[in-house]
Design a protein around this ligand. Sequence first.
Ligand code: SF4
Ligand code: SF4
Length: 466
Amino acid sequence: MLFKSHGGVHPNDMKAPANEAEISTIPQPPQVVIPMSQHIGAPCTPLVAVGDEVKLGQKIGEAKAPVSAPIHASVSGKVVAIEPHLNNLGNMVTSVVIENDFKDTPAETMVPASAEALESPEQIADIVREAGIVGMGGATFPTAFKITSGWGKVDTVIINGAECEPYINSDYRTMVEHPDDLLKGIQLIMKACKVDKAYFGIELNKKFAIDLLNIKGGAKAMGIEIVPLKCQYPQGAEKTLIKTVTGREVPPGGLPASVGCSVFNAFTAYSVYKACYEGWPAIERVVTVAGSAIAEPKNVKVRVGTPMQWVFEQTGGFAKEPWKIIMGGPMMGMAQYDLEVPCGKGTASLLAFAADEDKTVENPVCIRCGQCIDACPMNLQPIFMYMYEEKDDVEMLQKLNIMDCVECGSCSYICPGRLHLTHAFKTGKAKVQAYQAALKAKEEAEKAKAEAAAGEAPAEEKKEEK
Ligand code: SF4
Ligand code: SF4
């Protein structure tokens, strides 16, 4: 049976020719720049100082907050600076700069876990946290927290192998080159989540991977059901995938765990395998390098902290002058303006496009065609959200459930008027968040004032008195 989701668009997947080329390894850069924040949650504090010698895989950044992930050295060498550097989101982030000694001297911690540890959900979760694994598809949510916060709520694990954005095929190559390891990683996630059933959703343009995992890998015998998905963007969006695979609908504002599901990217599952069976923390990612300005599209292994410039140079460079560089996919990725920005744990692709791909118009106009509404996988009304965002009407934006927008870009892609819809929704969501925070602060201040007027000590003081 073929599974299809609501809404979405059908861009040319542009996967060939890199689909056929094996993952290759590029030379390491002389220096890596490792940002101390590569995850959603509290940033890490450096554990090293300038002048320190570090080993491959050594932990160099840590944060104690539950929603966080430690960071490790992706090469061995010497720390030459700890300073702010531009990251892929355009922010200046404290980063550890390591001069590579090209020896790859491994840290003592890079050892496989014991067979006993791999039987315990708690110990697997600890290994995953210590390895700094996050959502490697780009979401960068700390994986260990996703596992432990789902205990008692989650009965189904879903592995996202849709890889539905055009051009990207780094997960596909991982599926076909490491099927057994990937399936072992999924088994570990199932064990850590305390469930015995997993669905692995893969789009049909990866038929070879589907057959390989089923036949050679023996997925079914492991409790892993491979679910072939219709090629449709954004088939891999978390809520869309849950609905498509299980029929369960995450309510507006809800989390996957509220319907008993937890979703992990395919490369995340492979990273769990690497951490548990080989002792490798999250220091390397397979990256698709593609786009109309690229001389030779391919998939390469890239160490975290490698500047984009180095990756482009080592993969054959540009065939045409690049007009736009994107880290991530063409629909949801971030445009980059400085080639020194380093690749991170969630960098699945680097794309470079030539000027003839420019589809922007000077005066975007809505022609009221309604195509954006049909395309929205979240059943939102992009045209009205756009209107109220322009008017700064935050209350209407909330009523229209703008916070459920997954910023997939389907509406912008389909819009014949070329309106910058997705950009407006990113801004609109930030406005709603600021409005809600201001409202909460106002309510708390009024409550404290009322308590003071009634002669009561405010709640905080009462707590301290106790
Ligand atoms: S409104 Fe948001 S979720 Fe809906 S299509 Fe546009 S970007 Fe995607
Ligand atoms: S797709 Fe574009 S032009 Fe059509 S209604 Fe939506 S915003 Fe307007």
